[in-house]
Design a binder for this molecule. Structure first.
Ligand code: PGA
Length: 255
């Protein structure tokens, strides 16, 4: 059975003082339900300190991005081996902000996905359509391109340890969430695309929803059969908000 994963993407937010409050609050308030995994993804400079703070806890550490290269003359980049050494277990790849703002194509995202796996990290592959693409009826086509480019490069077995996050671009940071039905439709489609390659793997992959998830809409989303948790931006920056989402996952898990 797939457990829930509630992942906090802090984006470019935080400070030593704020992170200390946030992390200690999350550790103290984590639900005592082992099938709900909590993950925080701080900005790179804070990984080492947050890793130390998490060392005696069950809360996992992840990176917001990763270089597709192993080492060398890539100024400003961070290799997967470095992230592993800092205690990261996960790396987000293909977040829509990086696709839109840093020009990351699906081919680059596929290379980053492979670099994460090669370093022993679990990639969290983000996919999702813009409002214009949804309005034009292109949601599934966009997702197919983003997903199949990675699948063609890595093969389905690479998804054994991977996570997929469906993040409609129009719902990120806007306060507008996909309805549970809209999200479940796309999650079902994502699982079907994976199942076309291998049903067993598709059945095990956790598919997170991301885009304005909050404590009061999390349970409605998480109670759908193909939604296995959330990738949380804004609401991951206050431990009370993040824990409200974790509690919703725990409550749905317990039935
Ligand atoms: P949001 O961000 O929760 O602030 O909408 C989600 C994300 O970008 O991962």
């Amino acid at each position: 059975m797939r457990g829930y994963l509630v992942a906090g993407n802090w984006k470019m937010n935080g400070s030593i003082a704020a992170n200390t409050t946030l992390v200690s609050g999350i550790i103290a308030g984590s639900p005592a339900n082992e099938s709900v995994e909590l993950l925080v993804c701080p900005p790179f400079p804070y990984l080492a300190a947050v890793s130390c703070s998490l060392s005696d806890s069950q809360v996992r550490l992840g990176a917001q991005s990763i270089s597709e290269h192993e080492s060398g003359a890539f100024t400003g980049e961070t290799a997967g081996s470095m992230l592993r050494e800092m205690g990261c277990e996960y790396a987000i790849v293909g977040h829509s902000e990086r696709r839109a703002l840093m020009g990351e194509t699906s081919e680059i995202v596929a290379a980053k996905f492979q670099a994460a796996l090669a370093a022993g990290l679990k990639p969290i592959l983000c996919v999702g359509e813009t409002l214009e693409q949804r309005a034009a009826g292109q949601t599934e086509a966009v997702i197919d391109e983003q997903l199949n480019t990675v699948l063609d490069a890595t093969g389905i077995d690479a998804f054994d340890s991977a996570v997929v996050a469906y993040e409609p671009v129009w719902a990120i940071g806007t306060g507008e969430t996909a309805s549970p039905e809209q999200a479940q439709d796309v999650h079902r489609h994502i699982r079907a695309v994976l199942a076309d390659r291998n049903e067993d793997v598709a059945g095990k992959v956790r598919i997170l929803y991301g885009g304005s998830v909050k404590g009061d809409n999390a349970a409605g989303l998480f109670s759908n059969p193909d939604i296995d948790g959330g990738l949380i931006g804004g609401a991951s920056l206050k431990f009370e908000d993040f824990l409200a989402i974790a509690d919703a996952a725990a409550a749905v898990q317990q039935g």
